[in-house]
Design a protein around this ligand. Structure first.
Ligand SMILES: C[S@@+](CC[C@H](N)C(=O)[O-])C[C@H]1O[C@@H](n2cnc3c(N)ncnc32)[C@H](O)[C@@H]1O
Length: 295
């Protein structure tokens, strides 16, 4: 039932003040997104728009603001996040996609300029599917295998793939790369056909460092998506020695990495006949993506 017609800013102003008091700089945008969510609107309302709203919707809006006040990120409240060119659904077992990870998409685009070619791509540790699905959007004749230890995250990739109309070019594999022979099991499922391209943003935060991260990250991103072991490098130690078994000769591997991890990862790769060919920086100037050729 519609109770009143009101200007958005008048309605959200007291809630903006509450969020600002606890240091949330995006208070205005957050409130407008949460107000839109409380009315099941896909488009975000504007400050000076007049809307019709019921008492129930106002209560729902206020309860969403309470969640935000407790430190829950907006993307976790609405279970959605924009990445590259699309809106991705999330759940509690998917990492919240980061803008820095778009560096990896840019890097693939620079290395593979012919978008109409057909590439067989592996997304190792796919989370919401943001990396692999963004590549399917760019390369319309390519296929991606999404690989993750979390079955629930693969369920979300399936939903995202279906929403984007690319289900027929997607494959979902629920394996754990810390189990010996994950590489051989994967290639068996792939009928012994290796990949042209591997992309991966594996967990790379040192375990002890996780508790020092912002509440938004440490309380809401899955621990398994963050935890890279004592020095943050465990995933690379496990993955690199196996890559030659799953990547074609002269195929390329694109790794997202943490700050300062490039030297270790490059020398590990060289030990395993992979040639580092590029370090790519993110928007803050940190080396974020390493590219290797498999020899
Ligand atoms: C940093 S997240 C990246 C998610 C997504 N690719 C992105 O960029 O937003 C790492 C992913 O690796 C997966 N993962 C962690 N350990 C794994 C393992 N042992 N085997 C397979 N996947 C694993 C996690 O479930 C998580 O989805």
């Amino acid at each position: 039932m519609i109770n009143k017609s009101i200007d958005v800013y008048t309605l959200i102003r007291p809630e903006i003040e509450k969020l600002k008091k606890v240091g949330i700089e995006t208070a205005n945008l957050d409130c407008r997104i949460l107000l839109s969510k409380s009315q099941d609107k896909d488009k975000v309302v504007y400050n000076h728009e007049k809307i019709d709203i019921s008492e129930n919707e106002i209560k729902k809006f206020q309860s969403l603001v309470e969640q935000r006040l407790s430190g829950k990120p907006v993307s976790r409240i609405i279970n959605k996040r924009n990445f590259w060119k699309q809106e991705f659904k999330l759940n509690e077992e998917t990492l919240d996609p980061r803008p820095d990870s778009e560096t990896l998409i840019n890097s693939v685009l620079e290395h593979y300029k012919n978008k109409s070619k057909s590439f067989k791509i592996l997304d190792l540790g796919s989370g919401s599917g943001c990396l692999g699905l963004s590549l399917l959007e760019e390369y319309k004749n390519s296929e991606v295998t999404f690989f993750d230890i979390s079955k629930k995250s693969l369920d979300i990739v399936k939903i995202n793939a279906s929403n984007f109309g690319v289900l027929d070019r997607s494959k979902f594999i629920n394996l754990d790369w810390s189990v010996e022979e994950w590489d051989l099991n994967l290639i068996k499922i792939e009928n012994e056909i290796k990949f042209d391209v591997v992309i991966s943003n594996p967990p790379y935060i040192p375990t002890e460092h996780i508790k020092t991260l912002q509440t938004e990250v440490k309380n809401y991103d899955p621990f398994i998506a963050l935890n890279g072991g004592n020095d943050g490098l465990d995933s690379y130690r496990i993955l690199i020695p196996k890559l030659k078994n799953v990547v074609k000769k002269n195929g390329k591997v694109f790794f997202e990495i943490g700050k300062g991890q490039e030297n270790f990862i490059s020398s590990k790769a060289k030990e395993h006949k992979m040639l580092p060919i590029e370090y790519k920086k993110d928007l803050s100037g940190v080396n974020r993506v390493l590219v290797f050729i498999v020899k």
